[in-house]
Each structure stands twice: as structure tokens, then as C-alpha cells.
Write a protein that binds this ligand. Structure first.
Ligand SMILES: [Zn+2]
Length: 198
């Protein structure tokens, strides 16, 4: 019933996270009735952001230039590295405002059922950083689900080195969830209450 171009727009929007079929239809119908200049602004913003954003070759953060501003910031504590699952988790930790160290994005969690093995994660890169940077503590900030537990234990064993402290946040985090579900205060307390794993 709808013109083809609108149907295709709805289908494309519905593939976005958090956009169901009804929202996709509402947004599409709104866009096709909006001033073309405003729609062009939106389209350009999407393209430009996608073209500019890359992943930091050191820590894996989303950035417009690599190394990213966090890796380059000499005011941040280079002896502390917070290990997270995904680049977006850095945003959650940053919002908590209570961490002034550096980051390392693993790119996933060990999950044999889903075919994710340790070699699929950026663990070797982290070992390289341990060899070349003045890191004194690794803070593992993975979710509190089964894969998060397994990955944390694996990391604690594999990264163990004389003089390196390995800790894990978790205290107060909702069970079975990732960092994105924790509010800033909870995350801040979880960081402060991290437990030693070394
Ligand atoms: Zn970085």
C-alpha cells in the first residue's frame, strides 16, 4: 500500500537497535514529510560519523584519531588499565567519573558455545601493552554473567605477572548483566570495591 521507497526506508530503520516496526514506520513517514534540507543534514551526519569513527589501535576505543584522546592524555594514570568487553563500555565507565586510568577493549567474552575462544579476543594486544607500558594494575570490568566470570578467571591466570595486581569489579552490579545497565553510582562503587584476583 505504501510507495516502495517508504517501505524500503522502514525496512532499513527497523534494522536499527531499539527500533521496532511501528517506530520504523513512524520515523519513515515523518522523514518523507520533512524539509529535504533537514533530512539531508541527518543523512550527512550519519555518513560523516560512520566515516570518521575508527577504533584506537592501542585500546580499542571509538575515536576519530588513533591513538585516542584517552591513550594520549598524560594526566591519566597509565599504571591502571580497565579491561572492558566492548568499546561502548568505556563510555559507561567514563560516565561514572571515578576512573582516571586507561582502557583496553577485549572485543567480546570467552564463550565456547558461541565459538568465541581466547584467541578471538584482544588478549595478546593486552600482553604487549603489559610488556611496554608502566601498568601496575589491571581492573577487569566485565559483566557478571557466566561468560564474564569465565573470561575474568582466564585473564587473571594468563596475565599473572610478578608485581602486577589484577582486580575485578562486580560488587553491587546487577547479576547477569553488562556495564550498560549499571547506573553511575553503582559503577563507581563497583570500581572502588574491586576485588583482588592476583
Ligand atoms: Zn586508545
Amino acid at each position: 500500500m505504501l510507495p516502495d521507497s517508504i517501505t524500503q526506508l522502514i525496512a532499513a530503520l527497523a534494522r536499527l537497535p531499539g527500533v521496532g516496526p511501528r517506530s520504523a514506520e513512524r520515523i519513515a513517514l515523518h522523514l518523507v514529510q520533512t524539509d529535504p534540507a533537514i533530512v539531508k543534514q541527518l543523512a550527512d551526519a550519519i555518513l560523516i560519523a560512520r566515516e570518521k569513527i575508527q577504533f584506537c589501535t592501542t585500546c580499542g576505543a571509538m575515536t576519530e584519531k588513533s591513538p585516542c584522546p584517552i591513550c594520549e592524555d598524560s594526566r591519566r594514570d597509565a599504571s591502571l588499565v580497565c579491561v572492558v568487553e566492548r568499546a561502548v563500555d568505556i563510555l559507561s565507565v567514563e560516565k561514572s567519573g571515578s576512573f582516571r586510568g586507561k582502557f583496553h577493549v577485549l572485543g567480546g567474552k570467552i564463550s565456547p558455545l558461541d565459538g568465541v575462544e581466547p584467541e578471538d579476543l584482544k588478549i595478546a594486544d593486552l600482553e604487549k601493552r603489559l610488556a611496554g607500558e608502566p601498568i601496575k594494575e589491571i581492573i577487569i570490568a566485565l559483566g557478571t554473567d557466566v561468560e564474564g566470570d569465565a573470561t575474568s578467571s582466564y585473564l587473571a591466570k594468563r596475565l599473572a605477572r610478578p608485581g602486577l595486581k589484577i582486580s575485578r569489579i562486580g560488587f553491587g552490579l546487577p547479576a547477569g548483566s553488562g556495564l550498560e545497565f549499571a547506573d553511575e553510582l553503582t559503577l563507581s562503587r563497583a570500581l572502588e570495591g574491586r576485588r583482588d584476583m592476583s
